[in-house]
Design a binder for this molecule. Structure first.
Ligand code: HEM
Length: 417
């Protein structure tokens, strides 16, 4: 016989999601003492929320779940765009995902690391003359320039601030209603126009593109029927490379906060014994809040642990809660990079950028790029720079999604070591 999924009361609990943020799912799991519950969100739609390694295993089974119709309209208007890889399924998804994964070769990752070091060097030349540096804002600019060079997209100095700001606003909009959402939409529209123009220039031979880079790949990608992507979709996918590279800036800022809050990690990062830098970066991605959850729809009816999943039901997998589960992580609320020393590397227990497989599933295409960008940046910060962290409000909200330290991490007296 079937088990009943614990059900939260209320016709629409969207307000609770806005007021509880990253802890919306974990709070209810604790209340019901389960790893699964049902609620109503986004205009009263029935939604199943689930958490943990076993939940992730079933969530990433592409026989059982699909992405068509999973992302809310407001997310497509700001964060994702329309027609991108995130909402695709089956063969068409695998083919499109291959386009992304083909950019992630060891050579291209090495190029990414070199570009990151180069942009830090250039940025620090300016920082040494600045009264104070708002690290988050400056690191987003660094990462946007890395993104453009890496992808082969031309960027002029005079547009750097505006374009970086647009990338930042698209990311900043994902958990927002009101003005923050609208800024995200404006930013997306402007960015799509710009990138569509560049794709058109490549296709008409007025701009040359390097075959190894994302601009070329997106401009000339053929779908399963041998057709080029329409200009808008090609732009959406190129932005799916540029925008999330800028998002690495949030993790780098959280990494700087960790170095400040847990100063014993500074020396360990400098010494880098047993690949400490990798463990440090993993712990930053586990510990600090970024993606709260991800969603998919039931493709065909099935039961799991005697719970019935009806076709088309929206299911949210709890990213933040899984990374903070006391079943999976000892003392999950402690920042302790060493925990990764004996982590066995399950694709389903550590899911800051999604779980499962890269090629077949929807796991983040940019996870290796993210790890490289963070390692290179945080090593640069500890090995090459001296700086002072003045009094400021370094709290980060667990309600605002995406979160960031309130002061955006201000540093002073930046000097090279
Ligand atoms: C998908 C997080 C960086 C490209 C995802 C997903 C998450 C995520 C949660 C969805 C997983 C799912 O729904 O199952 C992050 C975070 C990043 C980051 C927190 C750090 C800042 C990147 C980078 C790139 C990238 C640097 C590209 C260079 C993508 C793409 C997808 C994706 C293309 C869609 C994959 C698919 O649907 O098959 N990411 N990501 N991300 N990410 Fe990332």
């Amino acid at each position: 016989s079937l088990n009943k999924i614990p059900q939260e009361k209320g016709l629409d609990n969207s307000l609770a999601l806005m007021t509880e943020g990253y802890r919306f799912i974990p709070n209810r799991l604790q209340y019901f003492n389960t790893t699964i519950f049902e609620t109503r969100l986004m205009g009263g739609q029935k939604v199943i929320c689930m958490s943990g390694e076993e939940a992730a295993k079933v969530f990433y089974d592409t026989e059982l779940f699909e992405r068509k119709g999973a992302a809310p309209k407001r997310i497509k208007e700001s964060l994702f765009g329309e027609g991108g890889v995130q909402g695709m399924d089956g063969e068409a998804h695998r083919h499109r995902k291959q386009l992304f994964m083909s950019l992630m070769t060891p050579e291209r990752l090495k190029a990414f690391t070199d570009l990151t070091n180069e942009q830090w060097e250039l940025a620090v030349d300016k920082w040494e003359d600045m009264d104070e540096v708002v690290l988050f804002n400056e690191v987003e600019k660094i990462m946007f320039q890395v993104a453009c060079h890496w992808a082969g997209v031309p960027i002029w100095a005079k547009e750097l601030s505006q374009r970086t700001n647009d990338m930042s606003k698209m990311i900043d909009a994902f958990g927002a209603v009101g003005p923050r959402h609208w800024r995200g939409r404006v930013a997306r529209n402007r960015t799509e126009k710009w990138i569509e123009y560049i794709i058109t220039r490549v296709r008409t031979g007025r701009m040359s593109a390097n075959e190894d880079k994302a601009l070329y790949a997106m401009a000339w990608h053929e779908d399963l029927n041998g057709n080029l992507l329409d200009t808008k979709t090609a732009a959406v996918e190129l932005i799916n490379i540029l925008r999330p590279i800028v998002a690495i800036g949030r993790y780098i800022t959280f990494g700087a906060l960790a170095l400040h809050d847990y100063p014993e990690t500074q020396v360990k990062l400098q010494e880098d014994k047993d690949n400490y830098s990798k463990m440090f970066v993993q712990e930053v991605r586990r510990y600090y809040p970024f993606g709260p959850f991800t969603g998919a729809r039931v493709r065909k009816e099935f039961t799991w642990n005697n719970y019935l999943f009806e076709k088309n039901t929206l299911v949210l997998l709890d990213i933040y809660g899984t990374n903070h589960s006391s079943e999976l992580w000892g003392d999950p609320e402690q920042f302790r990079p060493e925990r990764f020393y004996d982590w066995e590397g399950s694709p389903f227990d550590f899911i800051p950028q999604g779980g499962g497989e890269y090629e077949m599933g929807h796991r983040c295409a940019g996870e290796w790029v993210t790890v490289e960008g963070m390692k290179t940046s945080l090593e640069f910060l500890t090995n090459h720079l001296d700086y002072h962290v003045p009094e400021q409000d370094l709290d980060f909200s667990m309600v605002r999604m995406p979160s960031i330290p309130k002061s955006r991490f201000i540093i002073k007296n930046v000097k090279r070591k």
